[in-house]
Design a protein around this ligand. Structure first.
Ligand SMILES: Nc1ncnc2c1ncn2[C@@H]1O[C@H](COP(=O)(O)OP(=O)(O)OP(=O)(O)O)[C@@H](O)[C@H]1O
Ligand SMILES: [Mg+2]
Length: 396
């Protein structure tokens, strides 16, 4: 991106008034002897200029370079050292009020002749009294700073705008997904209810029973979409509470396996549980832990057509890991980061062939953090994926 250096009118307010930049207020009366001024310059090697001020009013300026040059080279020390310094002062230095903006002041300073270009500027207060001196070098440095800031702020504003666009895009995509996800089960429920009414009025009890089963599954599907949405908004609002209970994780894993088998809908997949021991006590939130593992397992069931799903527990140094591996479609390396972003799915609503709102892993990630843990994922397209949750065995 190219930086825009052209500034519009209200950007000049970014420049500070020069009164804020004064760093040197050295002033002497006009009758100070040239000798004592020379002493001052010798004494303080950093002193670049001294203002000549009488009763608060600036009368002139003595700059180190010009003063010393005049005293020693042109006229001679002997003649001048006892004279009042006002004889050697610049009597028409650039005088600016302290409220002048830096950019305007600098323009005036640099418009001077080459000889005076780097002479200090005399700054006065509103009543014309002496406020201080300003070096041109310092003004240039400050202006560069301010310009860099303006450019950076513009960049940040651009970036923020891009972020907002991205959020907007994700929201629209979410809306498209959710509408789709909510409408399909609702449509199914309405159609099934209509068919049931027909069957019932004709006395076909068997048909009514079959359709009731389908209707239940559509309604359950609908409920899970809504529950996911509520969960996520609860977590985001910081209203999700965590309980601490000591429980055995092994039965929990078998229960998840059982639920997962139901989800397979006849696909040739073995669901296997592998644990280190017959029992393993941990202290955590069992409902949330189960939800996390179940989310992994449901995804495994959804994105695998054949093979195996392995739910495995391991522990090391007080940490518990539960992984779910599958032999499914896998995930492209570039897509791995996206998975945990709410509402994002690897495919979009138009091309996707599998149901889902793209909330599962976003919720899972938040839940893992609530339990003081984190999630890891490894995957290879066409070979399968492993998702794992790692949490402390005991509450810290
Ligand atoms: N085991 C997996 N194998 C392949 N892809 C996966 C697996 N798990 C997740 N994904 C990819 O990550 C995406 C996000 O998963 P997530 O669980 O957040 O959403 P979802 O399953 O599509 O919808 P939801 O869980 O809300 O019903 C999925 O759409 C899928 O593309
Ligand atoms: Mg999911």
């Amino acid at each position: 991106m190219t930086a825009e250096l052209a500034l519009d009118a209200n950007e000049t307010t970014h420049f500070p008034p020069i009164g804020e930049l004064i760093s040197n207020s050295r002033a002497i009366p006009p009758d100070t002897s040239v000798k004592s001024v020379a002493d001052e310059f010798f004494h303080d090697a950093k002193l670049e200029a001294i203002a000549i001020v009488e009763s608060g009013k600036p009368l002139g300026l003595v700059t180190r370079t010009k003063f010393l040059f005049t005293v020693f080279r042109q006229f001679g020390w002997e003649i001048y050292q006892r004279k009042p310094v006002i004889h050697l002062a610049e009597e028409a230095p650039l005088v600016l009020p302290d409220w002048s903006r830096l950019d305007a002041a600098l323009t005036l300073a640099l418009a001077r002749g080459a000889q005076d270009l780097y002479d200090e500027i005399l700054v006065t207060r509103e009543d014309g009294s002496f406020a201080g001196l300003l070096s041109v070098r310092q003004m240039v440095v400050q202006q560069t700073h301010t310009l860099a800031n303006i450019i950076m702020q513009k960049e940040l504003a651009h970036e923020r705008a891009r972020e907002l666009e991205e959020i907007d895009r994700i929201k629209s995509q979410f809306l498209a997904n959710v509408t789709h996800e909510l409408r399909s089960p609702v449509n199914a429920i309405i159609e099934l209810a209509e068919l049931m009414r027909l069957a019932a009025s004709n006395g076909y009890v068997e048909q009514v029973r079959d359709r009731l089963t389908l209707l239940m599954s559509s309604a359950t599907n609908l409920r899970s979409v809504i529950t996911n949405m509520l969960d996520l908004s609860k977590i985001e609002a910081g209203r999700m509470r965590v309980v601490d209970e000591t429980f055995d994780v092994v039965p929990l894993l078998h229960e998840v396996a059982e639920t997962t088998r139901v989800l397979l809908a006849g696909k040739p997949i073995d669901v296997i549980v592998s644990t280190e021991a017959r029992a393993l006590d941990v202290t955590s939130d069992p409902v949330k832990l189960r939800q996390i593992v179940q989310n992994f397992a449901s995804n495994a069931a959804k994105f695998t057509d054949a093979g195996r799903i392995v739910i495995q527990q391991t522990s090391e140094n007080g940490a518990l890991s539960i992984s779910v591996s599958d032999t499914g479609i896998g995930i492209h390396r570039d897509d791995l980061q996206k998975l945990f972003v709410a509402f994002s799915q690897v495919e979009d609503a138009h091309t996707k062939s599998r149901e889902g709102t793209g909330l599962g892993l976003a919720i899972t990630k938040e839940l893992a953090q609530l339990l003081g843990g984190h999630i890891s994922v490894e995957s290879e397209p066409g070979r399968g994926s492993t998702f794992a949750i790692h949490i402390p065995k005991e509450k810290a």
